[in-house]
Design a protein around this ligand. Structure first.
Ligand SMILES: Cc1cc2nc3c(=O)[nH]c(=O)nc-3n(C[C@H](O)[C@H](O)[C@H](O)COP(=O)(O)OP(=O)(O)OC[C@H]3O[C@@H](n4cnc5c(N)ncnc54)[C@H](O)[C@@H]3O)c2cc1C
Length: 467
């Protein structure tokens, strides 16, 4: 093993103009550079307030184009990063060559073997639609817009994590372009340390061109949203706590507090109003699901009940999250417990009476199969925390941004007795330390894998393990 380093060695690059000229020669018509009129659009991520300043942006639609871009960038001393959509936009990719890999398509489903092979540009909404007629499903998250690969490299905390574990732990192989531009087949046999690191360690270990994963039988899916005015937050969250404490692994509930702006573009029913919701999925029939939901459905003042059988292709609609780029500022953490006093403090801090600039405060129920991951499955190993908290504000001005940060601080203080210090990788805030995502042993191993396999820092994750 090479000596463990503590920070990615950023190579000293040649002048950007020479890099750009070489990229344009290797990939004509595919390169956008700072002097191009569309530069500001090209460098933008999905999270609009993050000011990404790469050295160049290259559209790579085939593995051969990825290889050409990697070879050219590394020859000129520039790190490379893939950013198909930009949900994980961060300033960590400053000075790197960003590959837009959305064009790496292709979905192959083997129903007999219960496996899927997806190109690195495939979005979750596309895979779920393709799986819908098969009766098989994959561990998708709340939103149809992230790529399957980007989400899974970050671990992948799914609606179905309680039943099937992390998405990353279902991966059987990656097709990768390495720092020399060579195609690699990365699986448990061919390249075990890289494979382990990529199952939750992010984009630091090569550019993925395709991924293969196990599928799970899901003949029936039930779910939707229950919603009340935010004044009902206390009884709803107490009921959420009681129902989740008894929930089978097939049932997943997420509680959310929403504050909608008085934006004329919003539907009148929600414009300028605030709500408490319970969103849920159940891997089974409506009859079985209802057995667990009586406590919630009996609560008064409900304004919306969309619970119904859900075609898999519409899974992404349950949480009704935005899919278009927007500004966002987020914070998250894992909770060691959620008891009656936690709920009371949370409602006092962000409930109806509180004036906080947080568009969303979400509590996800974890547990189940997530607790049974092992350190050999990937860097996340087991997640023992039974709940995750996530908060999002929309920073429309520096003043609002400061208010959001202050609200995160208040939330952190409120939940201090329950916060364990761990944050799931895919929910790290823009400035969070990736070290918070992993058990200590995993972090040491991840950094060693990075030092061994990419000592020159050819690849730059949006949340580098050596940060
Ligand atoms: C509205 C919303 C809802 C979300 N819900 C969930 C959820 O339920 N569960 C969950 O786990 N996460 C969730 N996320 C987080 C999301 O999974 C991460 O932001 C993820 O990184 C998005 O991947 P992407 O490819 O779409 O984004 P991008 O920002 O384009 O990519 C993210 C990073 O992944 C790496 N990467 C992507 N493609 C490649 C590749 N081909 N090769 C190498 N590295 C690559 C790179 O480091 C890149 O910077 C959500 C995000 C949003 C915005």
């Amino acid at each position: 093993m090479t000596e463990l380093v503590t920070r990615t060695a950023v190579p000293t690059g040649t002048a950007p103009t020479r890099l750009v000229a070489a990229l344009r020669a290797a990939l004509p018509g595919k390169v956008v550079a700072p002097d191009d009129a569309i530069w500001d659009l090209a460098r933008r991520g999905w999270v609009l307030n993050v000011d990404q300043r790469p050295a160049a942006v290259v559209t790579t639609d085939t593995a051969a184009e990825v290889a050409a871009a990697v070879r050219t960038a590394t020859a000129h001393g520039y790190p490379v990063t893939a950013q198909p959509v930009g949900h994980g936009a961060t300033t960590a990719l400053t000075g790197s060559v960003v590959l837009r890999t959305r064009g790496l398509g292709g979905i192959e489903i083997d129903t007999a073997a219960r496996t899927a092979r997806v190109g690195a540009g495939v979005k979750w909404g596309e895979l779920l639609a393709a799986l819908e007629p098969t009766g098989l499903a994959a561990p998708a998250g709340s939103n149809p817009d992230p790529t399957v690969v980007g989400y899974t490299l970050g671990g992948g905390l799914s609606w179905f994590g309680r039943a099937w574990g992390l998405a990353a732990h279902a991966v059987t192989a990656f097709d990768v372009v390495d720092h020399d531009g060579r195609p690699l087949r990365v699986d448990a046999t061919t390249d075990p340390e890289r494979f382990w690191a990529m199952k939750g360690g992010g984009g630091d270990f090569g550019i993925v061109t395709a991924m293969e994963m196990r599928l799970f039988p899901a003949p029936e899916l039930f779910g939707g949203r229950l919603m009340w005015p935010i004044e009902m937050a206390r009884p709803v969250l107490q009921a959420f706590r009681e129902v989740t404490a008894q929930a089978p692994e097939e049932l997943t509930l997420w509680a959310q507090l929403f504050r909608f702006p008085p934006d004329p573009a919003m539907p009148e029913a929600i414009r300028g109003r605030s709500f408490v919701c319970v969103d849920l999925t159940f891997l089974g029939s409506e009859t079985e699901a209802n057995h667990h939901l009586t406590r919630l459905r009996q609560l008064p003042a409900m304004v919306l009940d969309t619970l119904a059988p859900v075609p898999l292709g519409r899974l992404g609609g349950i949480a009704a999250e935005p899919t278009d780029p927007m500004p966002g500022q987020e914070w998250s953490g894992m909770l060691g417990r959620l008891d009656a006093s936690t709920v009371d403090r949370l409602v006092d801090t962000v409930g109806a009476g509180a004036d906080v600039p947080l568009a969303v405060v979400q509590i996800r129920h974890l547990g189940g199969a997530l607790t049974r991951g092992t350190s050999e499955d990937g860097p996340n190993g087991a997640i023992h925390e039974p709940y995750q908290v996530f908060a999002l504000g929309v920073p429309v001005s520096p003043e609002v941004s400061a208010g959001i940060e202050a609200a995160f601080g208040t939330l952190r203080a409120t939940l201090a007795p329950e916060l364990t210090g761990r944050t799931f990788f895919n929910f790290l805030g823009q400035d969070s330390d990736p070290a918070a995502a992993y058990p200590a042993g995993s972090l040491v191993r991840l950094r060693q894998v990075k030092a061994d396999l990419d000592p020159a820092g050819a690849f730059r994750s949006h949340r580098p393990v050596l940060a």
